[in-house]
Design a protein around this ligand. Structure first.
Ligand SMILES: [Zn+2]
Length: 311
């Protein structure tokens, strides 16, 4: 397994060495869906391909954002792709800039509710460096989106750091916070295994609306009134780690990697994707740069901005 970030080649675009595939079920439809990842040339980006809809291609960019349905959904010409964020987070963390994602249905399979199975899939395919330079969005001034006390803010940084705070009215989720530098090793060990979660009281409502038909205790952490219904948690703070995973996946919709410190407080896919749109709209707040050949030293541990928001 390639671990540790391969920092000496982060200046070049990457794709997969070869194609790979898996089968899983769609969280909402409950139907079986096949997923294949295929190598793509430089500057292709990450592009979904609906094999069952005349191979319609849907780039993974905010331009094709359709709606938020407890997950991030893309659409083009009425053809949807649901629950894209966990796969996109895995591709981003492993530095995959260019890939075709073939699906034979409207959802990315939920697998175990985390990004770990997608990491396995990408490693199985292998990673290939392309001769083209990678360009990165480098934030130069802060941007914030907020709604009723929830917010996502982005601050200039030499690397990508994500900081998240959640605060639910539930005994297990009163307050959790997590802050990490996103690199390959950190993501694989600390973030990718964190599963999606939901509240038992919401599951019945979703099912009545025809949603979450594929949801089960095998692909989500389900919270009852006082505790977790299913298997032991993978981390005591698995919930907030999963929010970091979701945020990373949504940031992929920028269409390019970003260097920024993104701080989220009680946010979700709506605010994540609003920040993405806000960044793209605010062209004075960033510049495109090529990644330096030598990666910068590990970023500082304490971030004053996060310390303020965590109080
Ligand atoms: Zn998620």
């Amino acid at each position: 397994m390639n671990r540790g970030g391969d920092t000496d080649s982060m200046d070049k675009q990457r794709t997969l060495k070869e194609a790979t595939s898996c089968v899983g079920i769609g969280l909402h439809s409950g139907r079986k869906v096949s997923l294949a990842l295929r190598p793509a040339p430089a500057d292709t980006g990450i592009v979904f391909c609906r094999l069952d809809e005349n191979h319609l291609r849907i780039p993974a960019t905010v331009e094709y954002l359709s709606h938020i349905n407890h997950a991030t959904c893309l659409a083009r010409d009425g053809v949807r792709i649901e629950t894209v964020e966990h796969l996109l987070a895995a591709l981003c963390a492993l530095g995959i800039d260019n890939v075709f994602i073939d699906l034979d249905g409207p959802e990315v399979p939920i697998m175990d509710g985390s990004a770990a199975p997608f990491i396995y899939l990408i490693h199985e395919a292998g990673i290939r460096h392309l001769p083209a330079a990678r360009t990165v969005i480098k934030l130069t001034s802060p941007l914030t989106v907020s709604h009723e006390g929830r917010f996502v803010a982005a601050y200039p940084s030499d690397t990508l750091r994500l900081s998240y705070t959640i605060n639910f009215n539930h005994p297990l989720l009163r307050h959790q916070e997590y802050s990490t530098e996103i690199d390959e090793a950190n993501f694989i060990d600390e973030i990718a295994p964190a599963r999606t979660f939901g509240f038992l009281k919401d599951v019945e409502i979703m099912r009545q609306r025809g949603l979450a038909l594929g949801g089960s205790l095998d692909n989500a952490v389900v919270l009852g009134e006082t505790g977790v219904l299913n298997n032991p948690l993978r981390f005591p703070d698995e919930f907030v780690r999963h929010k970091v995973l979701d945020l990373l996946g949504d940031l992929v919709l920028l269409g390019k990697p970003i260097h920024a410190h993104v701080v989220a407080m009680r946010a979700g896919h709506e605010l994540h994707t609003q920040l993405v749109q806000s960044i793209l709209d605010s062209k004075d707040s960033w510049e495109l740069t090529t990644v330096p050949e030598t990666a910068p030293a590990a970023a500082e541990v304490a971030e004053p901005v996060f310390a303020r928001t965590a109080r």
